[in-house]
Design a protein around this ligand. Structure first.
Ligand code: SF4
Length: 497
């Protein structure tokens, strides 16, 4: 007779003292989803959370072992596992170390476009008094490099920054020289509509290793509708600029972003196909931001968050089909969230941070020296709402900016761990707090989650992504892992391994 294994009790005693670690949970399509402090999760049978509270989970069961492995429970054999959990939590919050990394300089408010959704209170192209002065640029560079971060990113934007190209030519070498003296790493990006980009400018960017980020809202009819300019040729100029930019700077040094207006909502597949036609491998399905000029034009450009979520889901389905056909195209918001859900890494994405990214991760230096906690808070100031103005480069230093009344009020409500609604939300580890958004949309930095567009969007997008994870289709998961790791797309019907 074949000899069987001895029961497990012969090798290890059953744990005597089972304790719970912090976790949050929600019902999820016939199961329960339990998430620990580090964002690790487990799908478990319905009733698991209650059984845990009652101390009724069988310590010999596979479920118990899984809960222990996911740091939902611990017992007297768990000390090494607790150290692992602490390391994972530290890794998730690594973006907090080192101080502000992204520094946005508004080199001019001038712009020759008049986009309906523009977040900037733009000025006509001839008004030079809305350009940054050299003194303001010098002080801004100095403050940027006062950040303890060993590596910072300088983003030059406007208005349309190429209308103040002489200021860009002043800032770039100065920032590089100062960064070298202070032994800091420095990346530089220019955010431009490319309409006025000459080959000389593009060659300058290549020689100075400045990357380009531009706007592409979709095919010509939509882009030109969203982004009016004299001659109604914004699309043609953007495409021409992208092609020349790629030829001069290299393909990977030109990125594009889209904004979803009311006019975009019925055209998600055409927008995505335009990105494929233009050989982009990422697309960010971004809702319109409720700030600045977009508030004034919201009847023309705005929509309910629920309508945006339909747009996003239809778009993600189309993107997955494109990946299944062999063309790699990642949706950036999904990629950021999947990284938070499926990997130990945090992300530097400013809008999904707790503590909120404003000031901690990004500072904005306006053309006149005013410093804001984010680009969105600058938009509010352009509409005469100065709530998030931290100070001015000519009067303040890093310490006074971070201890200003405006900063302290914002920091108080910056952690979703302590906000009503978020504190017991299963998705807290993946989400963030956004006092600036809630101030703009609800008149209250704290925010009211049940009526918050920020919450509605994140709750629904995270649930949608978890529904794919629960389904565990090898092809879909292979595509997601390909986005996260850069590995090749899975072969048809398989994983990418
Ligand atoms: S904003 Fe909404 S989805 Fe995000 S953690 Fe708070 S309650 Fe959860």
């Amino acid at each position: 007779m074949a000899r069987s294994f001895y029961p497990i009790e012969n090798f290890a005693p059953a744990p005597q003292q089972v304790s719970l670690l912090p976790f949050r949970f929600t019902r999820f399509f016939g199961q329960e989803l339990l998430v620990n402090e580090a964002g690790e999760f487990i799908f478990a049978p319905e009733g698991t959370a209650y059984s845990l509270l009652e101390g009724a989970v069988d310590v010999r069961s596979l479920l118990y072992k899984d809960l222990k492995a996911k740091h939902i429970v611990y017992d007297e054999t768990s000390s090494a596992l607790l150290d692992v959990l602490a390391t994972k939590i530290r890794t998730k919050y690594d973006h907090l170390s080192g101080g502000t990394k992204l520094h946005i300089f508004v080199v001019t408010l001038r712009c020759e476009h008049s986009c309906h959704y523009c977040q900037v209170s733009r000025q006509t192209a001839s008004k030079g008094e809305f350009d940054m002065s050299r003194e303001t640029a010098d002080r801004s560079i100095s403050l940027m490099l006062d950040s303890p971060s060993p590596h910072v990113t300088l983003e030059l934007q406007g208005g349309e920054p190429l209308l103040a190209f002489d200021m860009i030519q002043y800032i770039v070498p100065k920032a590089k020289e100062q960064a070298r003296i202070r032994n800091k790493g420095l990346d530089i990006v220019v955010t431009t509509n490319l309409a006025c980009a000459t080959d000389e400018m593009l060659t300058y960017f290549r020689d100075e290793e400045v990357r380009i980020s531009t706007s592409l809202d979709g095919p010509a009819f939509l882009h030109n509708k969203n982004r009016p300019r004299p001659g109604n040729d914004s699309y043609e100029r953007a495409i021409d600029g992208i092609e020349r930019g790629r030829a001069i700077l290299g393909h990977s040094n030109v990125a594009a972003l889209m904004t979803t207006t009311a006019a975009s909502l019925d055209h998600v597949e055409e927008i995505i196909d335009e990105y494929v036609r233009r050989d982009f491998h990422t697309i960010f399905l971004r809702p319109i931001s409720p700030y600045g000029f977009a508030l004034k034009t919201k009847n023309r450009t705005g929509y309910e968050m629920e309508r945006f979520l339909e747009f996003y889901k239809q778009g993600l389905a189309h993107i997955l089909n494109i990946n299944r056909s062999g063309y790699r195209l990642a949706e950036i918001y999904s990629q950021i969230l999947l990284s938070k859900i499926l990997t130990p890494q945090g992300t530097g994405y400013v809008d999904l941070q707790s503590p909120a990214g404003g000031a901690w991760n990004v500072l904005v230096y306006n053309y006149n020296g005013d410093v804001f906690a984010s680009d969105e808070s600058r938009m509010l100031a352009e509409m005469q709402d100065w709530t998030f103005r931290l100070g001015n480069v000519h009067k303040d230093n890093r310490r006074s900016l971070f201890t200003s009344e405006a900063a302290l009020r914002m920091f108080e409500v910056s952690c979703n761990q302590s906000l009503a609604g978020c504190s017991d939300c299963a998705f807290q580890s993946y989400c963030g707090a956004d006092p600036i958004y809630h101030h703009a949309t609800q008149g209250d930095m704290y925010g009211h989650r049940p009526t918050s567009g920020f919450c509605t969007r994140n709750m629904e997008v995270i649930k949608h992504l978890f529904s794919f994870i629960q389904e565990d289709n090898p092809e879909t998961m292979g595509i997601f892992w390909s986005w996260l790791t850069g590995r090749p797309l899975p072969q048809k019907g398989g994983t990418c391994d």
